[in-house]
Design a protein around this ligand. Sequence first.
Ligand code: BGC
Length: 426
Amino acid sequence: MSTSSFSRKFLWGASTSSHQVEGHTYNQWTVWENNNAPRLAEDSKDATSNLNKTGYAINWSSIEQNASMASNYISGEADDHYKLFNEDFKLLKSLNLNSFRFSIEWSRLQPEEDQWNQEAINHYHNYINSLIELNIEPIITIWHWTMPVWFANYGGFERKSNLKYFYNYVKKVSFEYGSKIKYIAILNEPNVYTGMSYMVGQWPPQKKSTTLALLKVYRHLAIAHRQSYKIIKKDYKNIMVGIAMSLTYTLPASTHNPINLLAIKLKDYAWNWWFLNKNKNFLDFIGVNYYMTDYLNWHYKIKSPKSPVSDLGWYMQPADIYYVIKETWQRYKLPIIITENGVADAKDQYRQWWIEETIKALTKNIDEGVNLLGYLHWSLLDNFEWAFGWWPKFGLIAVDRQTMKRTIKESAVWFSQKVKRLSTND
Ligand code: BGC
């Protein structure tokens, strides 16, 4: 009799994105970091600053030393993963993981509008070959928020007429790597990108306009997904093409207030479901990125009475992934991959518990009939956490950025043993 709900083919893996680990990328984020690092360092000391007002209870005094240095906000050499990828894949393998999600860096492939960079194209061929040789399933993200500077200067996704550039890039990725891969997530979290770059206005290009965000950028990304799906499927019918979407679980501050309940329905629709509803006929799988549960008191977030918070101040209720997956399945009946899930935990004190709770929840989802194909932890390596820089630590593996030495964390050792038991038990 089967003792594990997870099949032998289940994808156990980890995720990364190019800009956060590769090092020496040159895209719109690099430019923004270089222009904003000193300000971000100052902002970290100012309780009223944008960086500080995330709506979450970050314990700034505990990370003050790192957060107040300008160098914290520069991706720079990152984890030097562009060079050290072979070593990193061997570590991934040693953790009993069989899949890996990464993004292609558009700005490397196409540094200028009329120029394809053969060195970078070859690099990702070697990169994918290396995964395949190790029997690790590559899962490509085509766009994880970074873009060539020339594309950003043209207005990025603000202008519908710019989508043609994105399609050229998608065609190139599909042409080059399509025959080697089974899974592609076209976009990473279009909701987070639109929200942070165009509504909160914290990320580049730091615009704050709901109309620009919702009527242009978010809509254009939805169109971009659909068209790109068609481009890839035209030549590669067997590739599973999907998305990695940030889905949040939201609970009402008080269930007695009907306005609360309505507000949550609206928020869930706008944040979790609008994009997926629009594209449900152009998805072979739904990638779910789950990090947090929010408590809402009609229009503002409140503190959770009971949950501990991560280093980023996010309420840690890992078991709630169950509800998110359940609803995603009920709505779309499409295969699901957890494309990201993890916790900012510099002391590695919560990660094992987090993964354990998550696996229990996913077991329940599978036992109830959800077609769950995989779980990819965020992240393989400690990496560059966007506007927060280097201090948040999401990795299964720590990186000493002076020596680039990798150290496997205790939680990762535990995870690897758990995966071994779950994948040999059926
Ligand atoms: C993003 C990652 C990020 C992670 C942790 C996700 O929203 O896709 O790039 O590092 O969350 O914040």
